[in-house]
Design a protein around this ligand. Structure first.
Ligand code: NZQ
Ligand code: ZN
Length: 388
């Protein structure tokens, strides 16, 4: 196990009607609040009214920024920064899924930066100060509600980039599982694929003697796989929504990679390249890319895939080669995701090989892609071709 420091400053309020904590959390901090949300789903369910009624009781001045896109865009971040400066906003409240939260993280650090926030996102400038923000989560997927990561797309340049800062943790996040009842089936499935992918990325590490972490990760995967099929049948089941919501947070809040090398993350890089060019849903892209990354890697070193196959997918190893066990596990993962309704080929999004070179290039937004296996342009190309 590697040495590590564990600290997560986000206060998480989880459960039915936890929105009541908003007043206490904002206290005197938020007198001029920028309320940020997406395309309007929060107005179709009861979330918008619930949040506003809390803010009204506090007599907070509320300014709104709506229309944050899925795969949030730099232009919207710029808009938010301008509003914060003009309106002297002292607190930002993100109400939505990962896209809204990621957009707010970028706004929060951009307000104090004397230049284009894209410099921070591309890691050319560091974060010195950030406007405090909190979140009300409406979709279980990314873990953004309890991590310091944000992913922003520069649509003019077709670049989708992740960045992180110790100042980009939400001060608090409120998670009421009933707020996710209205998430449509496809987004529910994308969320499940995304959170499982976060665990898998971290599972593919090369650190020895981390049985706590390995078993944590396996238990998160098994729990999601137990709950997900039932949730698809019963989308209004509070306990199932709660299980999936907390699994999504746990999958990517720092806990699972404590003591390891952090895992691989090449599949995420490749998916971000795909979204940057084709604007597809993140979880949909991962459902296609991840199993193909695994089968690509299993050719050389199937050891971790074999462990996963046996411990999570209950593959019987007797009389089989390591590679055969690994491939059986990968097939089981693919079958599980497909059974929920996740796409399996890029063709499902009408993506063919016509922009293959560009997709390869857009996967290399960081100097190193992958860690369990370091990718070259040729290996990324191979994974994309397997995925067509
Ligand atoms: O825009 P609205 O109207 O809110 O609708 C959204 C959107 O259309 C809808 N939705 C959200 N909550 C709902 C709901 N519809 C009905 N009822 C509700 N309660 O769902 C759609 C997708 O929302 P989005 O926020 O885009 O989804 P998600 O949470 O999956 O976020 C995806 C973004 O996060 C990034 C992805 O790359 C992508 O840009 N990621 C962020 C990470 C992080 N910050 O740690 C890590 C991830 O790996 C990922 O890269
Ligand atoms: Zn993800």
């Amino acid at each position: 196990m590697q040495s590590f420091m564990q600290h997560n400053p986000t206060r998480l309020w989880f459960g039915h009607e936890q929105i009541g904590q908003l007043k206490q959390e904002l206290g005197n901090k938020g007198k001029r609040v920028l309320l940020v949300y997406g395309g309007g789903s929060i107005k179709k369910n009861r979330v918008y009214n619930a949040v506003l009624s809390e803010l009204e009781q506090m007599e907070a001045e509320v300014i709104e920024l709506s229309g944050v896109e899925p795969n949030p865009r730099l232009t919207t971040v710029h808009k938010g920064i301008d509003i914060c400066r003009q309106e002297k906003v002292d607190f930002i409240l993100a109400v939505g899924g990962g896209s809204v939260i990621d957009c707010v993280k970028a706004i929060s650090v951009g307000v104090y930066y004397n230049g284009d926030v894209w410099d921070i996102i591309t890691r050319k400038a560091s974060v010195e100060q950030a406007l405090p923000f909190g979140t009300v989560l409406t979709l279980a997927a990314t873990g953004s509600e309890m991590n310091n990561i944000s992913v922003i797309t520069n649509w003019e340049m077709n670049e989708k980039r992740g960045w992180a800062s110790p100042l980009a943790y939400p001060a608090f996040s409120i998670l009421d599982p009933s707020y996710t009842y209205s998430v449509p089936l496809d987004q529910t499935v994308y969320g499940i694929v995304d959170m499982m992918s976060h665990v898998l990325e971290q599972y593919f590490h090369r650190t020895e003697h981390v049985p706590m972490m390995d078993r944590f990760m396996e238990s998160v995967l098994l729990t999601i796989m137990e709950a997900a099929p039932d949730l698809i049948r019963e989308p209004d089941n509070f306990d199932l929504r709660a299980t999936i919501m907390y699994a999504g947070t746990t999958a990517f809040n720092g806990l699972l990679s404590s003591g390891t090398d952090g895992g691989d993350w090449a599949s995420h890089q490749i998916e971000h390249g795909l979204s940057a060019v084709y604007d597809i849903p993140h979880g949909g892209g991962l459902g296609i890319i991840f199993p193909n990354w695994m089968s690509h890697c299993a050719e050389e070193d199937p050891s971790r895939m074999k462990l996963l196959a046996i411990r999570v997918f209950q593959v019987d190893p007797s009389g089989k080669s390591d590679k055969a066990i690994a491939l059986e596990g990968i097939a089981a993962l693919r079958e599980f995701w497909n059974s929920l309704g996740a796409p399996s080929r890029l063709a499902d999004y009408n993506i063919d090989s016509s922009r293959l070179d560009e997709l390869v290039e857009k996967s290399f937004m960081k100097p190193q892609v992958g860690s369990y296996k370091i990718m070259t342009r040729d290996t990324v190309r191979d994974i994309l071709i397997r995925s067509m």
